[in-house]
Design a protein around this ligand. Sequence first.
Ligand SMILES: *[C@@H]1O[C@H](CO)[C@@H](O)[C@H](O)[C@H]1NC(C)=O
Ligand SMILES: *[C@@H]1O[C@H](CO)[C@@H](O)[C@H](O)[C@H]1NC(C)=O
Ligand SMILES: *[C@@H]1O[C@H](CO)[C@@H](O)[C@H](O)[C@H]1NC(C)=O
Ligand SMILES: *[C@@H]1O[C@H](CO)[C@@H](O)[C@H](O)[C@H]1NC(C)=O
Ligand SMILES: *[C@@H]1O[C@H](CO)[C@@H](O)[C@H](O)[C@H]1NC(C)=O
Ligand SMILES: *[C@@H]1O[C@H](CO)[C@@H](O)[C@H](O)[C@H]1NC(C)=O
Length: 447
Amino acid sequence: MRGAVATLSLAWALALGLAHSLPGKPGEAGLRFHHGAGTHLNDTEVASRCADEGGFDAVTLDEHGVMLFFRGDHVWKGFHGPAQLINATWPEIQGPVDAALRIHHKEAPGVHDSVYLFQGMRVWAYAGGRLRPGYPRLIGDEFKGVPGDLDSAVECHPEDCTAESLLFFKGGDVFFYDLGLGVLKRRSWPAVSSCSAAVRWLERYYCFQRVLFLRFQPATGQVPPGYPHDARDYFMACPGRGHGHEARRNATAMAIRDRCSGLAFQAFTTDDANRTYAFRGGQYFRLDSKRDGWHSWPLNHTWQELAGPVDSAFSWDKKLYLIQGSKVYIYRVGQGYTLVQGYPRGLEEELGITGADATFTCPHSAELFVIKGNSLRRVDLNLSPRSERLEGPIPHAQVDSAMCNADGVHLFHGATFHRYASVAELTASPKPSPPQNVTAVLFGCPH
Ligand SMILES: *[C@@H]1O[C@H](CO)[C@@H](O)[C@H](O)[C@H]1NC(C)=O
Ligand SMILES: *[C@@H]1O[C@H](CO)[C@@H](O)[C@H](O)[C@H]1NC(C)=O
Ligand SMILES: *[C@@H]1O[C@H](CO)[C@@H](O)[C@H](O)[C@H]1NC(C)=O
Ligand SMILES: *[C@@H]1O[C@H](CO)[C@@H](O)[C@H](O)[C@H]1NC(C)=O
Ligand SMILES: *[C@@H]1O[C@H](CO)[C@@H](O)[C@H](O)[C@H]1NC(C)=O
Ligand SMILES: *[C@@H]1O[C@H](CO)[C@@H](O)[C@H](O)[C@H]1NC(C)=O
C-alpha cells in the first residue's frame, strides 16, 4: 500500500506543478500538495474521495497547516489518506458540518490558531484540539449579523482584505465580517456563488462548487481566467487523474522533491514577510508564515530565466537575490516575481564579492553576510559601489548555505544545521553550536 500512496502523491505533485504552466501569469506559484503523515489508501476511501458526486461540505487548514476536507460524517486530513469520523477528533460535534475556517491572527491571541466548525445556527471553536469554553455558541452571537445554515466560510488576512476579516457564503450572498470592528457588510458576487466550501491556501482563495473549484480575489470577488478546474486534479490524489504522471517512477526526481528525503540544500533565505525558501537541484521549497505547510515547485516554473541550480540566496528590500556561479539574478517580490531589468549581472560588479559558499541577510537589515570557507565577510547593501569587509572567522570549516530569521542565524551543512542567536554570537563562538536535524526540526518531518 505504501508504494501506491507514494506513486499517487508524486503524480499529483507533478500535476500541480505543471497545471500552473497552463493558465496564469509566469512566475505565479501554483498549488502543491502537503506531504501529509504517511497514511494508507483504501480502495473504498479512494473511490469516495474521488467520486463524481464528490465535493466537500467544508475545507480548511487546521492550526498545524494540515488541510481538512469535510464530507458527511467524515473528515480527510491532508491530501491523501483515509477518512476519519469527524467526532473522533471533535467529539462535541456530529457531522455533517456546513462550513469551517481557521483563524490565524497573532494580534488577537484569544482567537489566534482556532478552528471554527459551523452547523445550523451554531459554531464550535477549537484551540489546541480542545473545544473552547462556552462553545458551541449561536453564530449570530459570535459574529453579529451572520446568518445560520451557511454554505461556507474562509478567513481573509489584512494584506488581502484591508482588515482581518471572515467571509461567509450563503446562496448568492457573501458576508464580510470585520473581526476587529465586529462590522458586517454584504456583497453580491456573481462570479463566486454557491461555494459549498472555501479555503485560503498559500496567499490564494478558493471556492469549491461540488467537484469543481475556482480561485477568487477576496476583496473584489473577481475570478481569473481559466477556472473552474476539477478539484480531483489538484486537491486530492485520484487514480488516473492529474497531468504528467510519467515521471513518477524516477526515484531520484522524487527524492529531490521530497522535503523529508534528507538530501542537502544548496541555499536558504527568509524574507521580511518571513517566507522561507529552500533550494535543492531544480526544485525549491517555500514555507509561508501562515502555517500553510511546506510546498515545492520546479525552479523554472517561478523563475524562468534561471538555468540550473541556485548556489546561494538572500532577501533584501522586497527583492530576492539568487546567485548562480558568478552571476546574480534579482527578482522583485510582489504578486509573483519580476526579474529586475538589466539582470543577471556579475557578482563582483553588483556586490563587490568574488564568490560565496553561503549568503544571508537578517530581517529588515541592509547588511549582507557572505561566508567563504571559515571566513565571514560583510557588505553594506546601502553603499555603491559595494565592497566586502572581513568580519572574522567562524567555527565551521565548510557550510552549504545560511539564513537568518527572527530565530537567529542558521548555518547548514548536509542534513544538519547550527543555530546562533546573532552574528556576534556566531563570530564569538569558539566551537560549533550543537547540530540539529534539518528535516526533523525545520521541515517538520516525522522522526
Ligand atoms: C476502508 O475504509 C472504510 C471507511 O473508513 C471502512 O469502512 C472499510 O472497512 C475499509 N476497507 C478496508 C478493506 O480496509
Ligand atoms: C460518531 O459518529 C458516528 C457516525 O455519525 C456515530 O455512529 C457514532 O455514534 C458517533 N460517536 C460518538 C461517540 O458520538
Ligand atoms: C531522474 O531525475 C533526475 C533528476 O531530475 C534526472 O537527472 C534523471 O535524468 C531522471 N532519470 C530518468 C530516467 O528520467
Ligand atoms: C517565521 O517562520 C518560522 C518558520 O520558518 C517560525 O519559526 C518563526 O516563528 C516565524 N517568525 C515570525 C516572527 O513570525
Ligand atoms: C524546467 O526544467 C526541467 C528540468 O529540470 C525541464 O524538463 C523543463 O522542460 C523546464 N521547463 C521550462 C518551462 O523551462
Ligand atoms: C533527521 O530526521 C530524519 C527524520 O525526519 C531521520 O530520518 C534522519 O535519520 C535524521 N538524521 C539525523 C542525522 O539525525
